[in-house]
Design a protein around this ligand. Structure first.
Ligand code: HEC
Ligand code: HEC
Ligand code: HEC
Ligand code: HEC
Ligand code: HEC
Ligand code: HEC
Ligand code: HEC
Ligand code: HEC
Ligand code: HEC
Ligand code: HEC
Length: 394
């Protein structure tokens, strides 16, 4: 009964026109809010370490009807979950709604109602910002024109602390901290488990500058190590070592360490003992633990790759802590001082060329793979049938 009468009402052309007009009017009403950041429009790409961005919307007259709602769209299926603002603050200019947008790699669509405005953000995760071209206008940079855009300055301006003052007791001892940066980026210096000293103390301007030429808040780029060496003076000497790890040699400290803080000790994005190594050296991933048909080197599961390698530099090839044989026998003490006689007869262990690696000296690693192997005792071939011997002896 009810359904039929509803259908009848909608069939009436007069009612239809009234409804259409109402829709159009409410559509116009939708423009009563402004998206302050990020700039809506096609081709917005955000390149950042963290998969998140801040959305700030200003509403002039905020009534229940005009207050915008933000939905995270799932694919092109239309609006999905409604987002809860992380803050809403009133000023004479209007109500400022703050949202935290979680981003996934690739295309992210948000729908803002009323008005069904779409905000499309392409997110490209990066390990380090050193390589991003901040001068390219196609790259979205929040601070490009001003440290604090005018629309935000009323609450976030210099010397104008926002509603909740930062934990003053914590910073009272530290007059040099940068409250300006803290008012918007407080998450950056709080959320991670392992914090970098200067960031934890909000000494943002020890590393960033305001009013640079390229961008208004400068991001240290290029050889970031120079910045780090400014305080970590002893780390500069490592560049003189004979073997410097690739990323360290090009000055890219932040490809491993987040200068603010990160989930793992020493502000690393994965466990510094092994996880971070296989993040780049993915071919070594299977060495992390023993698996069916694969013998991993027992030490990797405990002390990790850094039991043998220095993550920065050393005087030995492959940034090893010691020359290979010395390294191995530091744990396998039964072979200490043995130059000949393992595994058979008078077999040499060093001092002859390695037939399998041109230009390298014979060592334990000539017969054993230090990372792991499908063969027992981490050998390069099966002992049974002498296959391991025939790798060198034909
Ligand atoms: C030890 C030096 C250092 C300190 C202190 C520091 N930063 Fe940074 N910051 C950097 C470097 C270096 C980069 C570029 C990082 C990269 O290459 O990924 C950066 C990038 C950033 C970024 C963009 C990328 C990201 O990681 O999200 C933000 C935002 C930022 N800093 C804010 C701050 C704020 C706010 C503070 C104070 C709480 C601060 N920084 C303190 C060195 C520092
Ligand atoms: C009406 C005042 C007001 C205006 C205008 C304003 N904000 Fe805020 N904002 C605040 C307050 C208050 C906080 C909470 C600060 C705190 O917790 O100490 C905040 C927090 C933030 C945060 C941190 C949110 C979080 O995730 O913890 C960011 C980022 C931010 N604002 C960005 C902006 C930007 C960008 C603009 C301009 C487009 C802006 N705000 C304009 C009042 C305002
Ligand atoms: C008005 C709030 C606000 C203030 C104050 C602020 N930032 Fe930001 N900053 C942002 C927003 C918003 C972004 C874009 C990332 C995001 O959406 O979370 C950003 C991004 C950055 C980036 C990445 C590059 C870029 O421009 O997108 C750096 C670096 C940075 N801020 C450093 C700082 C430093 C250092 C200070 C203190 C001098 C500071 N910010 C003060 C809101 C603010
Ligand atoms: C303004 C001086 C300063 C700058 C610049 C600086 N650091 Fe630090 N760093 C510190 C201080 C202070 C500590 C804390 C030392 C402590 O607690 O023993 C620290 C600690 C660390 C630690 C942890 C060390 C430990 O033993 O726990 C790492 C890793 C680190 N910094 C890396 C970096 C990197 C990478 C850079 C360059 C992006 C950098 N730092 C730039 C001052 C600085
Ligand atoms: C390839 C990744 C990587 C790069 C690049 C890198 N580090 Fe590290 N760093 C590590 C790992 C892993 C550890 C932890 C080592 C450990 O647990 O003993 C570490 C530890 C540290 C520590 C604390 C322990 C110590 O050795 O004093 C400091 C400080 C540090 N790094 C500074 C730097 C600086 C400065 C640069 C750039 C010049 C840099 N790192 C580049 C991976 C890296
Ligand atoms: C951000 C990526 C990255 C991470 C993380 C990383 N490495 Fe590397 N590593 C490289 C690059 C790049 C090279 C240089 C490769 C080249 O020169 O061909 C390299 C070279 C090496 C080499 C020398 C290889 C050779 O053939 O001379 C060793 C050994 C090594 N890494 C071990 C490690 C260990 C151990 C860790 C963890 C502490 C680690 N790496 C973490 C990128 C990384
Ligand atoms: C027991 C000591 C030891 C451990 C632990 C160890 N390595 Fe090695 N690694 C060596 C030795 C010795 C060499 C050089 C000999 C060879 O493989 O020819 C080497 C060589 C390398 C090389 C360059 C040659 C190649 O095989 O690609 C890389 C990269 C490397 N290691 C990464 C890692 C990673 C990543 C881990 C942790 C998963 C790790 N290592 C754990 C001893 C070790
Ligand atoms: C930091 C200590 C350490 C270093 C350095 C080290 N190992 Fe090991 N190694 C171990 C541990 C721990 C095991 C596992 C022992 C077990 O499972 O009983 C192991 C196991 C082995 C095994 C297998 C033994 C068996 O009975 O299956 C061989 C072979 C081996 N290591 C050779 C080497 C060689 C070759 C080197 C040098 C490239 C080396 N190790 C360096 C600690 C080390
Ligand atoms: C010429 C090839 C060769 C070289 C070089 C070599 N090994 Fe071996 N290693 C073997 C073979 C083959 C076995 C298996 C022996 C057996 O079946 O009894 C073995 C077994 C082992 C074992 C496990 C056996 C046990 O007794 O627990 C360890 C540990 C070991 N080697 C360590 C080393 C170290 C450390 C070096 C360098 C000082 C080294 N090996 C050099 C071929 C070699
Ligand atoms: C990684 C290469 C390699 C493997 C694998 C290897 N050898 Fe050798 N072997 C050599 C080299 C190099 C010499 C020294 C040759 C020289 O001095 O001209 C040598 C020498 C010998 C000698 C002569 C030692 C002496 O008394 O002077 C014997 C016997 C021998 N190997 C047997 C074996 C047996 C058995 C195996 C398997 C368990 C084996 N080798 C595995 C490289 C290897």
């Amino acid at each position: 009964m009810l359904i039929r009468s509803v259908v009848r009402v909608f069939r009436s052309p007069a009612v239809f026109l009234v409804l259409l007009a109402a829709c159009l009017l409410s559509g116009r009403e939708a423009v009563a809010y402004t998206i302050l950041t990020p700039p809506p429009g096609p081709g917005l790409t955000i390149q950042a370490r963290r998969p998140a961005a801040t959305l700030v919307i200003r509403v002039r007259d905020a009534t229940e009807e005009t207050r915008p709602r933000v939905y995270a769209a799932s694919g092109d299926k239309g609006p999905g979950k409604v987002l809860v603002p992380v803050g809403r603050w009133q000023r004479p200019e209007g109500l400022f709604l703050h949202y935290r947008l979680r981003l996934r790699r690739g295309r992210n669509t948000f729908v803002i109602r009323p008005g069904d405005r779409k905000l499309v953000i392409r997110y490209r995760p990066v390990r380090a910002l050193g390589g991003i071209d901040f001068v390219d206008p196609a790259v979205y940079v929040f601070h490009r024109r001003a440290v604090v855009p005018a629309a935000c300055a009323a609450c976030h301006g210099k010397g104008r602390p926002v509603a909740t003052p930062p934990e003053t007791s914590r910073f009272a001892r530290n007059p040099a901290y940068s409250p300006l940066c803290f008012s918007c980026h407080r998450r950056l210096s709080r959320q991670e488990k392992w914090l970098h000293g200067p960031s934890a103390n909000v000494l943002c301007l020890d590393c960033h500058r305001t009013g640079g030429r390229k961008t208004q808040v400068t991001i240290p780029s290029g050889r970031i190590n120079e910045l780090c060496f400014g305080c970590h003076v002893n780390k500069k000497k490592l560049l003189q070592k004979n073997f410097v790890h690739g990323p360290y040699a090009i000055g890219d400290c932040t490809v491993c360490h987040d200068p603010h803080g990160d989930a793992y000790k020493y502000q690393l994005w994965a466990d510094g003992r092994a996880g971070i190594c296989v993040g780049c050296h993915s071919d070594k991933k299977k060495s992390l633990k023993k698996s069916l048909g694969f013998y991993s080197h027992g030490i990797i599961e405990g002390r990790g790759c850094i039991a043998c390698h220095d993550p920065h530099a050393s005087d030995n090839r492959f940034q090893l802590h010691h020359p290979i044989n010395q390294l191995c026998v530091s744990c396998h003490v039964e072979l200490q001082g043995v130059r000949k006689g393992h595994p058979v007869g008078n077999h040499p262990l060093q001092g002859v060329p390695d037939p399998r690696h041109k230009g390298r000296e014979f060592s334990c690693a000539s017969c054993h793979n230090p990372h792991g192997s499908p063969y027992r005792y981490l050998l390069i071939g099966d002992v049974l049938g002498g296959h391991v011997c025939s790798k060198c002896h034909h």
